[in-house]
Design a protein around this ligand. Structure first.
Ligand code: SF4
Length: 382
């Protein structure tokens, strides 16, 4: 290993050296990233047993790679009712899930009057009002909400804090270039880097445990990936709130403007994961979704690249963002991990370092304890 990697295997790489990582050999990056992961996390991998609840797929943005979003008159446009939530949460609890992931489109009431009327008829002024109610329903069902509702204001995050274990927003990229005409974010005002950095910063000011991430393969350069990771690290060093960073590979979808775009190769993704591990601070979980890289030895490559977590895996619902990519069966994933020398264990949608009244609304603490007890009971019974 060269001098930069020798140091990076022990501690986060200096900002000045971070861009040099992209030019190093993949094998050397993997070796250093494995060493960094092993120092803090050992050979223990985690995942969050979850139910994915797309509260609404209406969205005011148009991202060129997205097959999830709908306008109200599109086929498949849907907003979940509270009775649907009850049904899915009940199934999820029966299957041992502890996380209710609310993942939905950005602020649809701002552009779709019919949706605003629907909310009003249900007694809600905004999507966030509905999310607050949905969070309470999930807690009553014994599941812990984690919400990614796109860009939220500071007041909205404060409103959701008492009913969420954690909140999230993928930074995706800090490249303004991707918002230019003809680029993937040019019709997505909520994907402006400054807007997403502001929300991430405000979550830190509010001491909300937060999930961020980068999206790999949407036209960004290797240097821009490093810029985004450094931006996340800077905010974490200021506020300490970034509990996990997802390194998510683009999977393309038919009937989207990027349907024919090349997807990142396994080696390119592994290189990016390793660089994330070497840039980010030790306590920050590095995560890659296993359903987006299920083939061949790609998951084993990601283990070598330094992940310590697979994120949410659902036994009851598909990945509505990437519906063609099924979650792995946990037992089969555990066998692959064991063959590579790792254990695999379920966890809460808030990482252990943030389970503390300094980070979580006091009323959430009993819910966290109850969910942890359920995981422990299930582990003893297994
Ligand atoms: S990726 Fe998110 S913000 Fe972009 S169009 Fe899809 S749902 Fe909307």
């Amino acid at each position: 290993m060269n001098e930069i990697l020798n140091a990076a295997a022990e501690a986060p790489v200096d900002a000045g050296d971070a861009h040099a990582l992209a030019a190093l050999s993949l094998d050397a990056l993997l070796e250093a990233a494995s060493a960094r992961r092993d120092r803090r996390w050992g050979r223990r991998l985690t995942f969050s047993p979850k139910v994915f609840l797309p509260l609404t797929n209406l969205c005011r943005n148009f991202c060129d790679y997205c097959s999830f979003r709908r306008s109200p008159k599109d086929d498949g446009a849907h907003t979940m009712s509270t009775s649907e939530l009850d049904e899915w949460l009940g199934r999820a609890r029966d299957q041992g899930c502890v996380e209710a992931l609310f993942c939905l489109g950005d602020r649809p009431e701002a552009v779709f009057p019919s949706y605003a009327r629907q909310l009003d008829a249900w007694g809600f002024g905004t999507t966030v009002d509905y999310l607050e109610r949905a969070g309470r329903i999930a807690l009553d069902a014994g599941l812990l909400p984690h919400t990614n509702a796109g860009v939220l204001t500071r007041d909205e995050m404060e409103q959701l804090r008492p009913v969420n274990a954690s909140l999230g927003l993928m930074l995706e990229s800090t490249s303004e270039r991707l918002c230019d005409k003809g680029m993937p974010h040019h019709r997505a005002p909520d994907k402006r880097p400054a807007v997403r950095l502001q929300m991430t910063r405000e979550a830190g000011e509010l001491a909300i445990p937060f999930t961020s991430g980068i999206l790999v393969g949407i036209g960004e350069t290797a240097a821009e990936r490093v810029d985004a990771l450094l931006a996340i690290r800077d905010l974490h060093r200021r506020y300490g709130h970034i509990q996990e960073v997802i390194v998510q590979r683009l999977r393309v979808h038919p009937r989207t403007p990027m349907a024919a775009a090349p997807e990142p190769a396994d080696g390119d993704l592994a290189r990016t994961i390793a660089i994330a591990r070497l840039i980010l601070d030790d306590e920050v979980t590095v995560q890659a979704p296993p359903n987006l890289s299920p083939d061949g030895d790609s998951i084993e490559l990601q283990l070598r690249a330094g992940i310590n977590d697979f994120g949410g895996i659902s036994p009851v619902t598909p990945d509505f963002i990437n519906p063609r990519h099924r979650w792995p069966v946990v037992a089969a994933l555990g066998e692959r991990c064991a063959a590579a020398g790792f254990s695999l264990a379920p966890r809460l949608p808030i990482h252990a370092g943030w389970v503390d009244p300094a980070w979580v609304a006091p009323e959430m603490m009993p819910h966290l304890a109850a969910a942890e007890a359920r995981l422990s009971t299930a582990a003893r019974a297994a």
